[in-house]
Design a binder for this molecule. Structure first.
Ligand code: SAH
Length: 423
């Protein structure tokens, strides 16, 4: 984690420095899990009540869109025009919609495509191939997304909630608690804004030409939040992402939904008929340790989560991914690799692959990433047991944009407070 850091560039708007938020790690004192009144690990499933974000085209089904267009005094076919502007040209600017009548255009477009995300900060690294966005929502809540260019694909890591209620001790988002659920349109808008930026040549080498045809090809629900705790909105967002006629027309297999393991929701997801890629954040093969690392394990145990993952594979035919953050001397023992292999193999062959990821540092965390040789041994044991296992390359560490690092810092909050909402 101390390797030389690639240059970080912050592009607009300029940021006043507030105060240094030094990372404290590792601390000597232990971590104590937050508990509820009955002494169970604190989990927040219900979204705290806040003013709802304005209803947006992307929150509605195609039929509902037509009704809303008519309510606003326009003929129904205008819904299709708006869909084209928003999902294909990635714009909500009335000035660009010259196919709509000039009279009343601004109000109409504003009514259907209200502004949802105000860009507060943008941090770049990897020579511009990785970009972290900080967005302010209508009520001031802050969320982040991370855009990454890889050879042959462009991945966007999206947030599904402002904050997270799952309280995982090694994750900065989890430690900050849940602010609220995001609406489907707030989730989709992250993709639309990223597509706009890519089309404008904002991702990667600005001298490279021909960005017009490029767009986000893969989405991972690995930003802020527990997607399955915001199920209905997650699914509406996914439907819009895959809808070829009325949405972004992306491939379902390019969309990965990652969860701490909310078993009933995994089962529901398997029956949706949208074969998204499914990822389970396991991090420990035994309940004794997982109870500590993933507080939701107090509700659904390792075996239940693995059974649900296996059932997902059976129903969809999609190979499941197991995420495993390698934490030094915590969960990285050889015997745990063997136990994991045993548990996966006991449920069949060829249905799963494992994606270990060296722990990314988070502020105040007492834990650190496993040593290199320990990581290699962990991976080797799983591979030897016949389970395809690849160490995940982490992007964005130097801009605190890697897995588990997404949290609004005091500096972010100060910049956000000084940024007026888009209107
Ligand atoms: N709530 C969902 C998705 C968000 S996190 C989930 O838990 O799956 C995406 C992935 O990053 C999860 O596997 C999560 O466990 C992992 N993660 C969290 N904190 C991390 C950290 N500090 N280092 C590495 N991975 C981390």
């Amino acid at each position: 984690m101390t390797s030389s850091r690639p240059p970080v560039r912050e592009t607009r708007p300029a940021t006043p420095r507030v105060r240094d938020t030094a990372q404290v790690r590792p601390a000597t004192e232990g971590w104590t899990q937050k508990k509820d009144a009955e002494g169970r690990p604190l989990l927040q499933f219900a979204s705290p009540k806040r003013g709802k974000p304005p209803v947006h085209l992307a929150d509605l089904t195609p039929v509902e869109r037509v009704s809303k267009v008519k309510e606003l005094g326009m003929p129904g076919f205008r819904a299709k025009q708006l869909e084209k502007h928003y999902f294909h040209h990635w714009t909500h600017d009335p000035a660009e919609m010259t196919d709509l009548p000039a009279a009343g255009r601004d109000e109409f477009v504003h009514g259907m495509l209200p502004p949802l995300l105000t860009e507060v900060r943008r941090l770049e690294t990897d020579r511009g191939d990785t970009i972290k966005f900080l967005w302010k929502l209508h009520d001031g809540a802050l969320v982040e997304s991370v855009l990454m260019r890889y050879p042959g694909r462009i991945t966007l890591c999206v947030s599904s909630q402002a904050g997270c209620g799952m309280n995982c001790p090694f994750c900065a988002t989890g430690q900050a608690g849940l602010t609220r659920n995001m609406s489907a349109a707030e989730i989709v808008e992250q993709v639309v804004r990223a597509n706009r930026l890519i089309a404008d040549g904002g991702l990667g080498d600005p001298r490279r030409v021909g960005h017009e045809g490029e767009r986000v090809t893969n989405i991972v629900f690995m930003g802020m939040g527990e997607p399955l705790a915001n199920y209905a909105r997650l699914m509406q967002a996914v439907r819009v992402m895959v809808d070829k006629e009325h949405g972004l027309g992306m491939s379902a297999r390019g969309i990965t939904v990652s969860t701490v393991g909310l078993v009933p929701a995994i089962t529901k997801l398997a029956h949706e008929d949208i074969p998204v890629t499914f990822a389970l954040s396991l991090h420990a093969p035994d309940d004794q340790l997982r109870d500590e690392l993933i507080p939701v394990n107090s509700r659904w145990k390792v075996d239940e989560a693995l059974d649900a993952a296996r059932a997902y594979f059976e129903k969809t035919g999609r190979r499941v991914s197991i995420e495993y953050a390698l934490i030094k001397d915590m969960n990285d023992h050889a015997w745990r690799a063997d136990l994991l292999a045993e548990k996966l193999n006991s449920r069949g062959r060829g249905w799963v692959h494992v994606n270990p990821i060296p722990l990314n540092p988070t502020p105040g965390s007492i834990w650190t990433a496993s040593e290199r040789d320990v990581q290699d041994e962990f991976v080797r044991r799983l591979n030897d047991a016949g389970i395809p296992t690849t160490l995940r390359d982490t992007r964005g560490k130097e801009i605190d944009g890697a897995c588990g690092q997404l949290v609004a810092t005091e500096e972010d909050q100060a910049v956000a407070a000084a940024t007026p909402l888009e209107t």
